[in-house]
Design a protein around this ligand. Structure first.
Ligand SMILES: NC(=O)c1ccc[n+]([C@@H]2O[C@H](COP(=O)([O-])OP(=O)(O)OC[C@H]3O[C@@H](n4cnc5c(N)ncnc54)[C@H](O)[C@@H]3O)[C@@H](O)[C@H]2O)c1
Length: 261
């Protein structure tokens, strides 16, 4: 028996990085997965899941568009008749322009995908969960939502917003049996951070990546997928309204000069 045996789970941002790793892990642990992404690469994820023996459906959708969110929830409901978990994980980086060069349009697009996307996932996926009397919602925030210097202004604000969405929603779902939590990843090697890693490798400085956390390394997508699996599963039955950092300890410290022992 897998830890998601008999569970029906939607995963957004499943075409790459953390969402792809989570699709593979959830299916390996027995979940039926609906993989969702704006990019056609979501079908490659589905192929990987199937090759590994998992049960998966895949579709393209824009998580910040309410009609698309209704469509992915409707697809899950017509296939399964219920939804046990949703991992609202899709996101964009939004760049790191100086404050004076940022525009409301750039801010609105980052907020639309990174914050309105999870809001719409919560709004629509919670309906069948409330009717069932159980369900788990997991949203991807970031250490950038906890404090400065892990992303641009709109990115950080969007991720702080996700943490607030999780806290406020946990309370508005009081008594329903539906839990909601956020994951705050540190630096993970994915499509979103590829340019940073490629640049460091091209300069021969990749050994410096991740040196700001006490584990002295970056993370990999499966390390976030394992937290998503825990939160989505019944193992986390009393975990609710939390923003959990999975960052090698990055967010645990004040700035200081690190000494190796
Ligand atoms: N990689 C990191 O270091 C890191 C750190 C903290 C948080 N995160 C968060 O993790 C989540 C997953 O990102 P990742 O690191 O795996 O990056 P990624 O770029 O590999 O994956 C993100 C996926 O989201 C999809 N996506 C983007 N906009 C979309 C939209 N409007 N609708 C549907 N899908 C859309 C992309 O097509 C892509 O497949 C994001 O929310 C990101 O902000 C990443």
């Amino acid at each position: 028996m897998g830890r998601m045996s008999g569970k029906r789970a939607i995963i957004t941002g499943a075409g790459s990085g953390i969402g792809r790793a989570s699709s593979l892990l959830f299916a390996q642990e027995g979940a039926q997965v609906l993989a969702v992404d704006l990019n056609e690469s979501v079908h490659e994820t589905a192929e990987l899941v199937r090759k590994a023996g998992g049960q998966v459906d895949a579709m393209t959708a824009d998580v910040g568009n309410e009609a698309d969110v209704r469509a992915y929830v409707a697809r899950a409901m017509s296939a399964w008749g219920g939804i046990d978990a949703i991992f609202a994980n899709a996101g964009v980086g939004g760049g790191a322009l100086p404050l004076g060069e940022q525009t409301p349009e750039q801010w609105m697009e980052v907020l639309r995908v990174n914050l309105i996307g999870p809001f719409l996932a919560v709004k629509h996926a919670s309906v069948p969960m409330i009717a069932q009397g159980q369900g788990s919602i997991v949203c991807t925030a970031s250490v950038a939502g906890l404090r400065a210097n892990a992303g641009g202004h709109p990115y950080s604000a969007s991720k702080a917003g996700v943490i607030s969405l999780v806290q406020t929603t946990a309370n508005s779902l009081t008594g329903t049996g539906v839990r909601i939590n956020a994951i705050c990843p540190g630096l993970i090697e994915t499509g979103m951070t590829r340019a940073t890693f490629d640049y460091a490798r091209s300069r021969g400085t990749s050994d410096r990546i991740g040196q700001l956390n006490p584990m002295l390394r970056h993370g990999v997508p499966s390390e976030i997928a394992h937290m998503a699996l825990f939160l989505a599963s019944d193992d986390a039955s009393y975990v609710n309204g939390q923003a959990i950092a999975v960052d090698g300890g990055l967010s645990s410290t004040h700035p200081f000069k690190r000494r190796r022992t």
